[in-house]
Design a protein around this ligand. Structure first.
Ligand code: GRF
Length: 201
């Protein structure tokens, strides 16, 4: 059965678009049911508009707890029977309750080779540390930040005089390759999580 996917974005949405393109070409056994954004100005919302995909904006109240914010989103998603949540440049850390509710059903992409350089500014961290290779990682989301079981990774070289932008662009090209692939594997029930590791069957 085709999987029902919710994509969470905050900005540019290029990974969302890469996945959408693969779905539109019939290469993924899934359908984007809804796009959730915490930013009404997210450029990526245009792809939802163009493709007639429903989108919703959830703004976090100034005093609102993370738990409450994600509870509201959870209640909304509940009726929609979502099989997979794809975090595609979503700027907020999920609540523990939300992660547990969708255990092993949330994917994220991170612009470094985890477990190196988790959290924010991963490309800058890599440049600062002077690594010769960085890359990108698709992983399942657990209660930690960028700590969940790793699905796919691709290395990219880091050049001596790279700027953050140059390295980010080199990594992004690979993100657009592995994220749709990981979503395809998920939708084909090919991802098995065993002892904190992902086996692709
Ligand atoms: C990507 O670099 C991704 O690795 C990180 O956020 C960025 C999102 O870019 N999680 P986009 O919105 O998909 O273009």
């Amino acid at each position: 059965m085709s999987k029902r996917i919710a994509v969470f974005i905050s900005g540019r949405g290029s990974n969302f678009k890469a996945i959408l393109d693969e779905i539109n070409q019939g290469n993924i056994n899934g359908k984007i049911d809804v796009v959730v954004s915490d930013n009404p100005g997210a450029y990526g919302l245009l792809y939802a508009l163009k493709n007639n995909i429903k989108y919703v904006i959830y703004i976090k109240g100034k005093e609102e707890s993370r738990a409450n914010y994600f509870n509201r989103i959870k209640l909304f998603l509940h009726k929609r029977d979502i099989d997979l949540i794809v975090l595609a440049g979503f700027g907020k850390i999920l609540s523990v309750n939300f992660v547990q509710h969708y255990e092993n059903k949330i994917l994220n992409i991170h612009p470094a080779l985890l477990p190196s350089f988790p959290g924010e500014d991963a490309q800058q961290q890599a440049l600062k540390r002077g690594v010769k290779y960085s890359g990108c990682t698709v992983h399942f989301v657990d209660e930690g930040v960028d700590t969940g079981p790793i699905v796919l990774q691709t290395p990219v070289p880091v050049h001596d005089n790279d700027t953050v932008e140059e390295l980010s662009n080199r990594i992004l090209i690979q993100e657009h390759v592995i994220y749709p692939r990981a979503v395809r594997y998920f939708c084909d029930d090919k991802l098995l999580i065993k002892g904190g590791k992902v086996i692709i069957i």
